[in-house]
Design a protein around this ligand. Sequence first.
Ligand code: NDP
Length: 252
Amino acid sequence: TGTPLTGRVAVVSGASSGIGAATAERLARLGAAVVVLARRKDRLDGVVANIEAAGGSALALAVDVTDRDAVTAAARQVTERYGRADLVFNNAGVQLVSGIEELRVDDWQRQIDLNITGLMNVIAAFLPQLTESAARGGPADLINTSSIAATRILEKFSVYSGTKAYISHLTRLLRVELGPRMVRVATIEPGMVDTELPDHVTDPDASRLMADLIRDIDVLQGADIAETVAFMAAVPRHVNLTEITVLPTAQV
Ligand code: NDP
């Protein structure tokens, strides 16, 4: 009985809003125990409350994933509560688009710190749990959130796109080492999803551009990405969906 997600232990970073929150709730609904990571504890508690109200199990850990020690400590708490994670949705990210000549160097750094260093911190902390699950014959999934920005040429997206290109290519290379160990490694590359992502943009022109794009078409919802992640984790163990692009139908 149950679904292919029953009994799995999922860690979701960036789970306090948007894609991460929707995915945490979906995975829990399908029977996984879910550990939610982000900085805003109140929002994480809300996600856990939703999961528990639906009969699921979840643990909120307020963690800034750019802090390596904090992520390492979170990984330890996961083992104490649930044994080991067998699904890591490495999803926390920030998109601060701006023209390069504006020299918004702090924004460049924030994107690099979170989208690259934060993502690597999560891999370092949880990879031993994934390889152990796989070595015991169990499931193991590392799913990194990239973006269609990884491959597209979009004005003002240079640093963000650079971080996402890093994630997409990193993931291809990780497969070479981890696939033979039966750890599935994948990227999901969403198009436009209605989340809090544009709210952090500091360049007013870029901010307007993003708001217009979202208004003009029927964009994706976090739940659409959640469904895709759940599917990637639910296929048989010998099947690795490696790179999935999800676009709103009307987005070109
Ligand atoms: P949101 O802004 O809604 O979610 C971002 C999440 O990351 C939040 O939960 C936020 O929580 C968390 N986060 C931010 N900084 C940190 C940090 N230092 N440590 C831990 N968690 C952090 O946007 P989305 O849901 O859209 O973004 C999720 C991912 O999807 C990102 O990687 C983004 O690049 C990607 N993406 C989004 C697209 C879209 O159109 N929305 C398209 C393609 C990709 P908190 O602030 O509480 O820490």
